[in-house]
Design a protein around this ligand. Structure first.
Ligand code: G4P
Length: 522
């Protein structure tokens, strides 16, 4: 594959997408161990204290830990892997989606006993929207699993994604001994040092000694079928997002992880060109550019420090440089950009296309912001998703209304919630994609701003961004629906409806109006 010369070509920036419990944390840990980024298994474990919705301590812990696990960088044989973590909670899905805008590929982890599960499918759809190439890791092969053919078939049918088996399991469950690498004709055994054994092919007698006779016979039959009828791996199909190479393994037993790293190294794209308004930015361009896809508040409630996560898209980010924040035109000194390793943050001296750096700031940076030291650019595509829950915020102490407004503004800039300001002057509504976000908002308003609040149902349950190619009609629409119009954080017009039915009913009568449940930050 042609890769850009220099540091950009050596980078692979990816995320893991999976349903809870499929083994993402375990696999992450093994990848990091492999890369020597962590010495101790268990370093990413904290994340697994799953919070129940009302258990703030756990939310807090998770938030704290996720600062350092948001980006994990490790290096194997000269290739720099940036693994961007997607939050574990279903409820944090908005953050997850935004993270997927900052990766160039994704690893889809599937539990071999369960196949494609709901969240995997949802995340997959986001990847597909962005044509993100996907590698598949079928995990937990050391346990009772479904038949591999059945799993491949399910991927093809439910995701409309072609599969190319790259390895094939020998034995199942307790009798699972390892995998056969189809292209390289080699066997990797689970109970070995991980070194692969070269064989002449699936019929090599050496394989007979590796597993129970029944397992070997079944393997040979299957592999004949795989080699005979299955689609071969084809790089272009993968890069375009139509085909996924499939690997079998066991994260828990640290098996199959090397295959995955090799595959990311060989096939996964290097930093891809990024679409900005007006033109596409190549990773090899000299001038530094990047966009903010995530904001994380610091844990210390006494400081309003935030870390903005910047995905570098081109050039070289150098410590001490002044970048321009395009939205305001103001310079931002990058005095202490941070790199993230498994447990640690380090001050970064330099970063390149594909890297993610944390930029401490006091609220200057917002999600979707572009930083550059070249011409003014605006990257497209850090999306906002229409909230699934809309609420009014009820404040006990009316004297603090102004403070609440400021606090909500800050929370919205961090992406914790969205706020919608109705045009008719009624109080702002907050919108979230998942209910846990409301708990987080409530706790943070109390802890960080001293504002005890409650939420009450709003008159509206649906919000959509509206646009039109016909300014006159648009004006008319807004005029007619004055009591249902609001502005989001950036002032974009939002149409509010009491129910999905009423939304459709209304919009059917206004064909010139386009309503969207996704908005790209600009
Ligand atoms: P997640 O981040 O995707 O939610 O999954 P996580 O890695 O936390 O794994 C979920 C459970 O599945 C854990 O068990 C983990 O040990 C187990 N697991 C992960 N990979 C494999 C595998 O390859 N084989 C087998 N047999 N199990 C695997 P748990 O019981 O929830 O936790 P623990 O008691 O093992 O710590």
């Amino acid at each position: 594959m042609e890769r850009p010369a220099g540091p950009a070509g050596r980078r692979r920036t990816f995320a893991i997408i999976s349903h809870p419990d499929a083994g993402k944390t375990t696999l992450t840990e093994k990848l990091l161990l492999f890369g020597g980024a962590i010495q101790l298994a268990g370093a990413v474990r904290g994340k697994r204290d799953r919070a129940t919705r009302s258990d703030w301590m756990n939310i807090e812990r998770e938030r704290g830990i996720s600062v350092v696990t948001s980006v994990m960088t490790f290096e194997v044989d000269g290739t720099v892997f940036n693994l961007l973590d997607t939050p574990g909670h279903e409820d944090f899905s908005e953050d997850t989606y935004r993270t997927l805008t900052a990766v160039d590929s994704a690893v889809m982890v599937i539990d071999a006993a369960k196949g494609i599960e709901a969240r995997t499918r949802k995340l997959f759809e986001v990847c597909r929207l962005r044509d993100i190439p996907i590698l598949t890791f079928i995990n937990k092969m050391d346990r009772e699993s479904r038949e591999p053919f059945e799993l491949l078939d399910e991927i093809e049918k439910t995701l409309a994604l072609d599969t190319a088996a790259m390895t094939w399991p020998i034995g199942r469950g307790r009798d699972f001994v390892g995998t056969y690498d189809i292209a390289r004709r080699q066997v990797r055994l689970i109970d070995s040092s991980g070194e692969a054994v070269k064989v002449s092919g699936p019929d090599d007698p050496a394989i007979d000694g590796m597993a129970k006779p029944g397992a070997v016979a079944a393997f040979r039959e299957e592999i004949e079928l795989v080699e005979g009828v299955a689609k071969p791996f084809e790089l272009d199909g993968f890069l375009e997002g139509h085909l996924t190479p499939v690997y079998f393994g066991s994260a828990l037993r640290n098996f199959g992880v090397r295959d995955l790293i090799d595959a990311l190294d060989a096939f996964a794209p290097s930093p891809r060109p990024q679409a900005a308004e007006g033109r596409t930015v190549e990773p090899t361009e000299d001038k530094m550019s990047g966009f903010v896809f995530k904001i994380q508040a610091n844990m210390d409630p006494n400081h309003r420090d935030r870390i903005a996560f910047l995905r570098v898209c081109s050039g070289r980010l150098e410590r001490g440089m002044k970048a321009k924040l395009v939205r305001t035109g103001k310079p931002i000194p990058l005095n202490a950009p941070q790199f993230f390793f498994a447990q640690d943050r380090h001050i970064a001296d330099e970063a390149f296309a594909g890297d993610v750096v944390g930029i401490p700031n006091h609220g200057t940076l917002r999600i979707g912001d572009t930083l550059t030291d070249g011409e003014d650019l605006v990257f497209r595509g850090v999306p906002s998703f229409a909230p699934e829950i809309l609420r009014r915020v009820r404040l006990g102490d009316a004297m603090k209304a102004k403070k609440l407004k400021e606090a909500l503004q800050q929370m919205a800039e961090e992406g914790v919630v969205q706020i919608f300001t109705p045009h008719d002057g009624s109080p702002a509504l907050v919108g979230v994609v998942g209910a846990l976000q409301l708990d987080v908002l409530k706790e943070r308003l109390k802890a960080e701003y001293g504002l005890p609040v409650d939420f009450e149902p709003a008159r509206f349950t649906v919000a959509r961004w509206v646009t039109s190619d016909d300014p006159v009609k648009f004006e008319e629409f807004v005029e007619r629906h004055r009591s249902q119009m609001a502005s989001d954080l950036d002032g974009a017009p939002v149409f509010l409806a009491p129910s999905a039915f009423e939304l459709r009913y209304d919009l059917d009568r206004w064909p010139q109006i386009t309503a969207s449940d996704i908005k790209d930050y600009q």
